[in-house]
Design a protein around this ligand. Structure first.
Ligand SMILES: *Cc1c(COP(=O)(O)O)cnc(C)c1O
Length: 425
């Protein structure tokens, strides 16, 4: 599939049936796989042969879909995980351990912020958060001798800041560590971070990739470009023998192209077991088949809604990178050529009461803790995901009480605008 364009890869990537085989990817609904001899099976356990033995580690349905996502991102290997949270945890924990340090953008998804700042801290992994608007000098200053990874989101959920991937990659590489980018919001249809220097790309496939609010899932893609052996001392998990696999050294045996995903599968999936079910992988693939058709419509609807809201007297402020007035507009044009996704956030005059009142009156947009669905949905963080925080704390976090996050779906944009107009009245 590598010779084909992105649109074609969305439809047919990852799986090419042979003569008389199923046209649609088969759901291999089996926990286990049968072998004629224990020697055959032994080779799989020694990573001497590739194949399947237990669905906690690998399943053919998942691998077809992961291969498609790898093609879309321009990577060499990929794996599916049970959720986006598992994807980001595995991507970081595959190269970090107690005593390691991470440099991460402060403008990231709340779940990922908690994962890194609270849960991974309990594992002895430190973090320094940096502004996505940091200068090169400021980014350099955040690095330490024990830094093992840099992390950011292409478009942050929900802040809608745009990451300067090229700059972050340059700084990460100057310190001999990989840049991991969560590319959930633009998807590879809008942006391919590997082309801008990212080494590892992660996804919550729960969002646009599935796109129908049907299946929670995640994915990790390796660019195959980071030279682990050139930084041997920093990544002993990849560059020294793994005793739990008879002394295999991943970076030697599987090379730059395969080491990261093989280790994450063989060790982390084996030990943590956060695999996506083959049923979910099948549903995810249905979403991927139309991703290139859906994303432009999400972006178009987001742009139309943002432009309408920007002119409305009851709206204080609108954030959408596709607006010329948005502070991230130039970066969005550089990395996507448009607004990037269909999520718009805006602040109403009148705080949380006004926001709640407004959302109650919407007919098309449902109140949900979700984004990136075919159906438009919205959320007031101050009364839902962030309701423990006082008004003062909300202001400090850059989430005013009257903020509404709206994820524009695939409906007719004029119907969305009419709905907003009547609710604002
Ligand atoms: C939703 C989300 C996640 C977490 O993914 P889940 O599939 O909900 O576990 C991670 N990163 C971003 C940018 C997200 O929007």
């Amino acid at each position: 599939m590598s010779d084909f364009r992105l649109n074609t890869k969305c439809v047919q990537g990852g799986y090419t049936p042979g003569n008389g085989e199923p046209r649609q990817i088969p759901i291999v609904q089996s926990t286990t796989f049968k072998y004629d001899t224990s020697e055959d099976m032994g080779k799989l356990f020694d990573l001497e042969a590739s194949g399947y033995f237990y669905t906690r580690l690998q399943n053919p349905t998942n691998d077809y879909v992961a291969a498609k996502i790898a093609e879309l991102e321009g990577g060499t290997a990929a794996m599916l995980t049970s959720s986006g949270q598992a994807a980001n945890f595995f991507a970081l924990f595959n190269i970090c351990e107690a005593g390691s340090h991470i440099v991460a953008s402060s403008s990231i998804y709340g779940g990922t912020f908690n994962l890194i700042a609270v849960t991974m801290a309990k594992m002895g992994i430190d973090v320094t958060f940096v502004s996505p608007d940091s200068t090169e000098e400021e980014l350099n200053a955040a690095f330490r001798e024990n830094t093992r990874a840099m992390f950011g989101e292409t478009i942050a959920n929900p802040a809608l800041t745009v990451l300067d991937i090229e700059l972050f990659a340059k700084v990460a590489h100057a310190h001999g560590v990989p840049l991991i980018v969560d590319n959930t919001f633009p998807t590879p249809v809008g942006c391919r971070p590997i082309e801008w220097g990212a080494d590892i790309v992660t996804h919550s496939t729960t969002k646009y990739m599935d796109g129908h609010g049907a299946a929670v899932g995640g994915a990790i893609v390796d660019s195959g470009k980071f030279d682990w052996m050139a930084h041997k001392d920093k990544f002993p998990g990849l560059t020294t023998p793994d005793e739990s696999y008879h002394g295999i050294t991943y970076a030697e045996k599987f090379g730059k192209e395969g080491a990261f995903i093989t280790k994450a599968t063989a060790q982390l999936m084996r030990d943590f077991g956060s695999i996506q079910s083959p049923q979910h992988a099948f549903i995810l693939n249905l979403g991927l088949e139309s991703l290139h058709v859906r994303m432009p419509r999400h972006v178009e609807n987001g742009q139309a809604v943002a432009e309408f809201l920007e002119k409305h007297p009851k709206v204080k402020k609108v954030s959408f990178p596709g607006l010329a007035s948005d502070p991230y507009h130039d970066r969005a044009m550089k990395y996507f050529g448009h607004g990037g996704c269909g999520v718009v956030s805006f602040e109403l005059e009148g705080g949380r009461e006004a926001a709640q009142d407004f959302m109650k009156k919407l007919k098309l947009a449902a109140i949900e803790t979700h984004v990136a669905d075919a159906r438009t949905c919205c959320l007031n963080p101050a009364t839902s995901t962030h309701r423990q925080m006082t008004d003062e704390q909300l202001m400090q976090a850059g989430i005013p009480a009257g903020l509404v996050r709206m994820s524009c779906g695939l409906e007719d944009k004029q119907d969305l605008i009419d709905d907003l107009a009547q609710a604002l009245q």
